[in-house]
Ligand binder design. Structure first.
Ligand SMILES: [Zn+2]
Length: 154
């Protein structure tokens, strides 16, 4: 089973501590590591053979994109982003999922082009260090903030 399907199973069983909200096409979860404070994922509900946006039927694709856009707005408002970066990659797990990164000045230090550029110009070992994992209390607070903004927009 892919890691995203495993996380979705945990949501269905009520044991995923990162789960924020279920929408029509996917699940909103806070990211495990929070170097980019407010990093959120939007996980498409189904896996199977639909691993590209162009595999989805147009109405489903439109809904998925619309919901991702709402989630990104909620993330921006909840965590005070200067810019939101939306990434649909699928090189680790091909299961459709959006990475939503709230960006602020200086968040990649001096890496990249003098501190400017995509999140993946920040070293992976720093981005995924244990120091960037939220405490239970921080996670609870983040989930409340994001849920609150989402509910205003839905
Ligand atoms: Zn999957």
């Amino acid at each position: 089973m892919c890691r995203i399907c495993e996380r979705i199973e945990m949501i269905k069983n009520g044991i995923n501590p990162y789960f924020v909200k279920e929408l029509e096409t996917g699940y909103v979860v806070i990211g495990d590591n929070q170097h980019f404070r407010g990093y959120t994922l939007f996980l498409y509900k189904h896996h199977g053979e639909k691993t590209e946006l162009f595999h989805l039927d147009p109405p489903e694709r439109t809904k998925f994109l619309e919901e991702m856009t709402v989630v990104s707005e909620a993330v921006s408002k909840a965590f005070g982003a200067e810019k939101i970066n939306c990434e649909l990659l699928g090189m680790g797990d091909s299961h459709l999922h959006w990475h939503l990164f709230p960006r602020i000045s200086g968040d990649i230090e001096n890496y990249g082009n003098n501190g400017k550029g995509p999140v993946w110009w920040y070293p992976m070992e720093k981005m995924y260090s244990d120091d960037s994992r939220p405490s239970e209390e921080q996670l609870a607070k983040m989930k409340r903030k994001l849920l609150n903004e989402l509910e205003k927009l839905l």
